[in-house]
Design a protein. Structure first.
Length: 263
DNA sequence: ATGGCAGTCTCGGACTGA
């Protein structure tokens, strides 16, 4: 079973792109971020025609997350717990029946946090604290768990082309990286790191300044796994080739392959 | 050396992102 995450940067602008990728990659569950659409505006029919069930948690204009899956989830929850005042659509979680039990998968669009001297950075750190609390609750279930998404966190210096450029950025500040470490420290495994801890395994290249051509990228899209999921992980891949397609997203997919089967 | 993008909502340009 393949479980993927992809910040699609606008589902309406990326419909053809995503459909083509689904047909070639054939993932079983896809976590999308930045759909930039309300639920009613999501072009579900396109993906249903390809055999996917669609669950969305949208918002007008920006943010928004979704789950595409070969089989419908048994249960879906929308929004990250811990703050009823938070109106931004950045979290959707589904529980899927698989042979021998269930697998729980969340699509996460963690706040960017820039500029650092605005209220956006405290919002990011608060959101990360809430995510850690929720992850703690989910890990206590002792289930296969995949927390997949655009974390807007560069975990290590070797996860960007030029650390000096990112030194003061919300994606790389010590507090940001410490919060990410604390999340991992609950007992999660970074799927890409489980395969190889090499630097330069980028998942995002800016549209500006020829970043793709210069390989000026960053690794910010992550699959974080519970032990029960890590035990079944057989491979992790970054779908770098889609960045060179026509009208690409600035992010590329990260795909984990697991020894799970649909019921 | 410098500046360089793109999507949404909506039809001009503000807002957002990383």
């Amino acid at each position: 079973m393949k479980i993927a995450t992809w910040n699609i940067n606008g589902i309406k602008a990326r419909q053809e792109n995503l459909a083509q990728w689904l047909e070639t990659e054939k993932p079983d569950i896809v976590c999308l971020q930045e759909i930039k659409s309300v639920d009613e505006g999501f072009p579900s029919a396109t993906f249903e025609a390809l055999g996917y069930h669609v669950e969305t948690h949208g918002q007008k204009g920006f943010n928004g997350v979704a789950l595409l899956s070969r089989r419908p989830p048994e249960d879906v929850s929308r929004g990250l717990p811990g703050d009823d005042e938070d109106a931004q659509s950045r979290y959707i979680e589904g529980v899927f029946s698989v042979a021998g039990g269930v697998i729980r998968v969340a699509s996460i669009y963690l706040p960017n946090g820039n500029p650092v001297d605005s209220d956006k950075y405290p919002y990011k750190l608060g959101w990360m604290a809430r995510l850690r609390e929720h992850a703690r609750t989910l890990l206590a279930l002792e289930e296969p768990l995949v927390l997949a998404g655009d974390y807007n966190v560069i975990p290590r210096p070797q996860d960007c082309h030029d650390p000096a450029v990112w030194a003061g950025d919300a994606l790389f500040l010590p507090q940001t990286r410490e919060a990410f470490s604390a999340l991992i420290g609950l007992g999660l495994t970074d799927a890409v790191m489980a395969g190889s801890d090499d630097g330069g395994q980028y998942t995002f290249w800016d549209y500006q300044a020829g970043a793709w051509q210069k390989n000026n990228g960053i690794r910010i899209d992550h699959l974080l796994l519970s032990a029960e999921a890590t035990d079944r992980l057989t491979a992790t891949a970054i779908g770098k080739d889609v960045r060179s397609w026509e009208k690409p997203s600035d992010h590329v997919p990260v795909v984990g392959t697991f020894e799970f089967d649909w019921v």
